[in-house]
Design a protein around this ligand. Structure first.
Ligand SMILES: NC(=O)c1ccc[n+]([C@@H]2O[C@H](COP(=O)([O-])OP(=O)(O)OC[C@H]3O[C@@H](n4cnc5c(N)ncnc54)[C@H](OP(=O)(O)O)[C@@H]3O)[C@@H](O)[C@H]2O)c1
Length: 279
């Protein structure tokens, strides 16, 4: 049996097993199974060893271990060495390689909505394991006009800024493109506001930002990376204000698509059936 895992804590919300097992069945990988496993920090080394020993074939890493797992892998592509954010593990030539499919998953989800970041102002809430993938999407030639970062632990947002400030020149972006603002403080009005925190995974949780300036701003997109629950309070409030909303479902599907392809060589179709499967 080829075993695959998604590891994290909490992990109950993860729909990865549902999705990957659906694709395993559809593409006739009948000797493959994908499970979720709640782990602690102390278990990460052992998980990597299990891949090395061929006990586990592939692993997805979710909240809060995307950064921590970097310390245990053998190697990673350049962009992952830069961000130190890993969401997919696979064994290649006897080495456990850490990849990240979140960035591409997120980018595709925006492209599917014809959303282009050129000259746009963006507020990114959070500075956890997934946030580097989100931030890097907007740092490119013809990238964002301004990126505000706000995290409960401000120093983590400062670290991200410090890292990416080095890259701005390469893409002819202004030195002050990235600005860290205090937690829950107002920024100037933005075109896109993204919740990259885990606040909302539990139904009653709520961020306390004052978004009243966005009332009836129909073109402003509020994007929550969380896909389960489907509508967090962050998105519900935005819908009531009259803003555009998007949850993390399409990003989730695309990051999974890329991981599945890496593990099996098969490029699984993202169609209505699979989109409905997650509802
Ligand atoms: N749709 C997708 O495909 C996809 C992919 C990846 C991640 N996600 C989602 O993105 C979220 C973050 O994932 P992650 O891996 O970055 O998690 P993480 O590394 O654990 O980071 C958690 C982030 O949430 C903040 N946070 C947690 N509890 C908070 C609270 N009570 N108040 C304020 N801030 C709080 C943390 O702030 P501090 O730094 O102050 O602790 C940190 O910024 C999760 O909900 C995950 O499910 C979705």
């Amino acid at each position: 049996m080829n075993k695959y895992l998604v590891i994290g804590n909490p992990i109950a919300h993860s729909l990865s097993p549902l999705l990957h097992n659906y694709w395993f069945k559809k593409y006739r990988f009948l000797d493959s199974i994908y499970e979720k496993k709640k782990v602690e920090k102390k278990d990460l080394k052992k998980i990597v060893e299990r891949i090395k020993n061929d006990e586990v074939k592939g692993v997805n890493v979710t909240v809060p271990f995307k950064r921590e797992i970097f310390n245990f892998i053998d190697t990673a592509p350049y962009e992952v060495q830069f961000t130190k954010s890993v969401n997919t593990l696979v064994k290649e030539n006897d080495k456990v390689v850490g990849y990240n499919t979140d960035q591409q998953g997120f980018e595709i989800s925006l492209e599917e909505n014809d959303w282009d970041c050129k000259d746009k102002k963006i507020l990114i809430i959070g500075a956890g394991g997934v946030t580097p993938s989100i931030l890097s999407t907007f740092i490119k030639v013809d990238g964002a006009e301004k990126i505000y970062l706000s995290n409960r632990t401000r120093s983590k947002a400062e670290e991200l800024k410090k890292l990416w400030d080095k890259a701005l020149g390469i893409y002819q972006m202004k030195k002050d493109t990235i600005e860290v603002i205090d937690w829950e403080k107002k920024s100037e009005l933005c075109d896109l506001i993204i919740n990259t925190t885990s606040v909302g995974l539990t139904k009653d949780e709520k961020l306390n930002f004052d978004f009243s300036d966005y009332n009836n701003k129909k073109d402003v997109l509020f994007y929550d990376l969380i896909y389960n629950p489907k509508e967090t309070n962050f998105l519900k409030d935005a819908r009531i204000r009259g803003n555009r909303t998007m949850n993390g479902k399409m990003m989730f599907l695309w990051q999974a698509h890329l991981a599945f392809k890496m593990w099996t060589g098969v490029s699984p179709t993202i169609d209505e059936e699979v989109i409905k499967l997650l509802d």
